[in-house]
Design a binder for this molecule. Structure first.
Ligand SMILES: [Zn+2]
Length: 358
C-alpha cells in the first residue's frame, strides 16, 4: 500500500495521469467492434451451453487480418441475437466507453449487420441501441448519440433503406446524430452510396464515413461530408489536403488500428498526423473498434502522446478539440462546458487536488 497523494509525480507520471483523466469526446467507435472478451464468453456460453476455451477466446481477438476482422464484426452482431440482448450489450459498451474517459460518445451502429446476422429489422435494432443510449444519458450524464452506418457491401438500395430508417427515427425525436458508412472497403466501392448520402444530407442529417483511399476521400469531399473517418493516407497528396482544409472537414484518427497494421499507406501514421496537423486539418482521436484493436480511448491518447512526443498542452488541446468537433444534440452545452473547464484544471494539475479541495 502506498501513501495516497504523497510526493511530487515525475513529469512523465503527470503526463500519463493527465492522459488518463482528461474528459474526452469519442467520435469514432463501432458497436460491433466493442464486444469485450468477457461478453464474448458470456454470450457464447449462453448460446452453446459451454464455456469457450482459452484458445477460442484468443482466436476471437487475434487480429489475423482484414478478412478475419470483418467476420469478427459479424460474430458480434450474431451473438446479439435479439433486441433485448442488443440493448443490454449496447449498455455495457456505452458504460465501458464512459469508464475509459468518454464523456461524449458518437456510437457507430450498422443495423444491416444485425439484420443479416440476427434477423433484427433495421428500425428495431436502431431503436434498441438508442434506448440504451438514452438510459446512459440519464444515468451517466453522457452526451452524444447514434451515428447510423450504411453498409458498403449492401450497395445503393440497402444504403437508401438505412437512411430512410435514420430519418424516421430522427423525426421521432430519437438521438440520431448523422449517417456514416463501414463494411469491407476492399470489396465494395463508395460510389453506389452517393444517392443515400445525398438523401441524408437533404434531410438535414450530418455525414461522415470511412474513406481509406484518395478516391474515397475525393468522393467524401464531393458529396460534402462533415467529417471523414481515417482518410489520413492522403497526407502525401497536397491538393487533397488543401481541399480538406478549405472545406473545414474534420478527420477521425484511430492510432491503435494503424499500429496493428490495418491500414496500408506509403507514409507512417505518425508522419501523416504531423503533415495534416501542420496543414490545419482537425484530427480527433478515437478507438475505432476498441475490443478488436486492444485499446480504449485513454490508451489511444497515451499512444499519441508517446509516439508523437506530446506535452500536456498538446494532450489537453486534443481533448478540447474532440468536444469542439462533436455533433451536438440540443441541450448538451452545459455538460460540455463543465468538461472543458475540467480539462483546464487538469492541464494545470493532473492530480486534481484543487478539485478535491486539498
Ligand atoms: Zn471505423
Amino acid at each position: 500500500m502506498s501513501e495516497h497523494g504523497a510526493g511530487a509525480a515525475s513529469a512523465d507520471d503527470r503526463l500519463v495521469l493527465l492522459a488518463r483523466r482528461l474528459p474526452k469526446a469519442e467520435l469514432h467507435m463501432h458497436l460491433t467492434g466493442s464486444l469485450s472478451p468477457a461478453e464474448f464468453i458470456r454470450f457464447t456460453t449462453l448460446d452453446e451451453g459451454r464455456d469457450p476455451s482459452h484458445a477460442d477466446v484468443a482466436r476471437a481477438y487475434d487480429n489475423r487480418g482484414p478478412e478475419k476482422f470483418f467476420t469478427d464484426l459479424d460474430r458480434a452482431a450474431r451473438l446479439w441475437s435479439d433486441p433485448a440482448r442488443l440493448a443490454e450489450a449496447a449498455t455495457r459498451v456505452i458504460d465501458s466507453a464512459f469508464d475509459h474517459g468518454a464523456r461524449h460518445l458518437e456510437l457507430l451502429c450498422t443495423p444491416s449487420l444485425s439484420r443479416q446476422q440476427a434477423g433484427i429489422p433495421i428500425l428495431t435494432s436502431l431503436k434498441a441501441v438508442e434506448a440504451a443510449f438514452e438510459s446512459a444519458r440519464g444515468r451517466l450524464g453522457l452526451t452524444g448519440g447514434v451515428v447510423v452506418e450504411l453498409h458498403r457491401p449492401d450497395g445503393a438500395e440497402g444504403a437508401l433503406e438505412v437512411v430512410e430508417a435514420a430519418i424516421v427515427l430522427r423525426d421521432r425525436g430519437l438521438g440520431i446524430l448523422g449517417v456514416g458508412n463501414d463494411g469491407n472497403h476492399r470489396l465494395a466501392p463508395l460510389e453506389p452510396l452517393a444517392p443515400a448520402y445525398r438523401r441524408a444530407k437533404e434531410a438535414g442529417l450530418r455525414l461522415t464515413g470511412h474513406a481509406m483511399s484518395p478516391d474515397d476521400v475525393l468522393f467524401a469531399l464531393d458529396i460534402g461530408f462533415d467529417r471523414i473517418d481515417h482518410g489520413w493516407a492522403i497526407a502525401n497528396h497536397p491538393q487533397i489536403v488543401s481541399r480538406i482544409v478549405d472545406a473545414g472537414t474534420t478527420l477521425t484518427f484511430t492510432p491503435m488500428a494503424y499500429t496493428l497494421g490495418g491500414h496500408r499507406s506509403s507514409i507512417s501514421w505518425e508522419q501523416a498526423h504531423r503533415i495534416l496537423s501542420e496543414a490545419g486539418v482537425p484530427l480527433v482521436i478515437g478507438t475505432d473498434d476498441p475490443a478488436l484493436h486492444h485499446t480504449d480511448l485513454t490508451h489511444s491518447y497515451e499512444l499519441m502522446m508517446r509516439r508523437l512526443g506530446w506535452n500536456s498542452a498538446q494532450l489537453s488541446d486534443a481533448a478540447r478539440l474532440s468536444f469542439q468537433k462533436r455533433w451536438a444534440l440540443d441541450g448538451d452545452e452545459a455538460a460540455v462546458a463543465a468538461h472543458l473547464a475540467e480539462i483546464d484544471r487538469l492541464e494545470v494539475d493532473p492530480r486534481g487536488s484543487d478539485i478535491a479541495g486539498g
